[in-house]
Design a protein around this ligand. Structure first.
Ligand code: ADP
Ligand code: MG
Length: 354
């Protein structure tokens, strides 16, 4: 059953269209991700769902009934804003208890609830500390515990991991997902980080400039992109859109991309070819002479190297200023110099058309 239904939601701030007819739904118990670059309207959606902002158009239905006329404080939705917004003068314990006191829960129930959350989040040792006396990861846990305490029917999270360092936010991903699932909370998780969204969420709404580009399960996201924009939102490298296409004398399809004009091996006219993807590990640095396998050979100028423990990533610029990344095992010792023009070799079978 559809739990929350967002339909044709639009929001206009004077001449800025923050949301343009956004539609999606959330099932009970699901973690839905909203993924898109900064400014695409993610926070605006959350603020409208919370009741802090009215939409210009559209509706939000909760179990079939519109909630637009219900004031924010009666919606019973939990919220973790981007900056966490812990109360600085309240202890960890008092922060978690805050919503329960506001709702006038019975004292014994408040104690029971807060203690069970302190245990769940392993915060027992921190309960009397102030937010500035605990680490960033612990603050994030307190924010999550505080939002979950009043047992919200829906939990809304606005980039809650984005202020943490990479290692910590990576570890907390799994913790956030596990806790939302063990408490059987329905949640909307907003982020601009594709990996984070895919790791935490069951399904994703991909957004760009106030519009929904595609809604898709996290497992399927790379398999059936609706458009080239999907790859751009997902931040995949080595995506080359088709600029133009033509058919040669033999009826074969030729697709023009930044890599040159390439033949499509098994083109069927049932859907347009949007572009191609070349996995970084499927590009080699040497031209084969002679080119016996009829490989694609292009020249790139080395811009920089991302040194890694297992692999290095070499970033090249192509003549039309697009970039291509090449992954090499870090055991490879002789690498080109920055600025060097390097021949790149790609087997046609490795080019994945979509
Ligand atoms: P995101 O959270 O994806 O970064 P936002 O929802 O914060 O994006 O903003 C979407 C767009 O709406 C942006 O162009 C932003 O500048 C604009 N915007 C957001 N809030 C307001 C506001 N209160 N007044 C005017 N413009 C706003
Ligand atoms: Mg935002």
């Amino acid at each position: 059953m559809v739990f929350i239904e967002i339909s044709n939601l639009s929001k206009q701030f004077e001449d800025i269209t923050a949301l343009d007819s956004v539609t999606f739904s959330v099932a009970k118990g699901e973690i839905l991700g909203i993924l898109g670059p900064s400014g695409c309207g993610k926070t605006t959606i959350l603020r409208i769902i919370l009741g802090l902002l009215s939409p210009t158009n559209g509706d939000i239905r909760f179990e079939g009934k519109s909630i637009l006329k219900i004031p924010a404080e009666l919606r019973n939705f939990g919220y973790i804003p981007q900056n966490l917004a812990l109360f600085p003068h309240l202890t960890v314990y008092q922060n978690i208890a805050f919503g329960l006191n506001a709702k006038k829960w019975e004292k014994a129930l408040i104690i029971e609830k807060v203690e069970s959350l302190l245990e769940l989040f392993e915060l027992e040792q921190q309960e009397n500390k102030l937010p500035h006396e605990i680490s960033g990861g612990q603050q994030q846990r307190v924010a999550l515990a505080r939002a979950l305490a009043p047992e919200p029917t829906l939990l809304l999270m606005d980039e809650p991991l984005s202020s943490l360092d990479t290692t910590l936010s990576f570890h907390l991903r799994w913790e956030v997902r596990k806790i939302i699932k063990t408490t059987t909370t329905t949640a909307i998780f907003v982020t601009h980080n594709p990996e984070e969204a895919i790791s935490i969420c069951d399904r994703l709404v991909l957004m760009e400039a106030g519009q929904t580009i595609q809604t898709i399960s996290s497992k399927e996201v790379f398999k059936s992109p609706a458009s080239i924009k999907v790859f751009q939102i997902l931040g995949k490298s080595n995506i080359f859109p088709v600029i133009n296409d033509k058919t040669d004398d033999t009826g074969a399809k030729l697709l023009q991309t930044s890599l040159g004009t390439l033949p499509h091996p098994n083109f069927t006219p049932d859907r347009p070819i949007l572009g191609c993807w070349i996995p970084e590990a499927d590009i080699s640095l040497k031209n084969e002479e002679p080119n016996l396998n009829n490989n694609l050979q292009i020249t790139g100028e080395l811009l920089g190297i991302v040194w890694g423990r297992i692999n290095h990533r070499l970033i090249f610029q192509l003549p039309d200023n697009t970039q291509i990344a090449v992954q090499l095992p870090s055991t490879q010792t002789s690498l080109p110099d920055i600025g060097e023009e390097v021949p790149l070799n790609i087997s046609h079978e490795k080019i994945r058309w979509f």
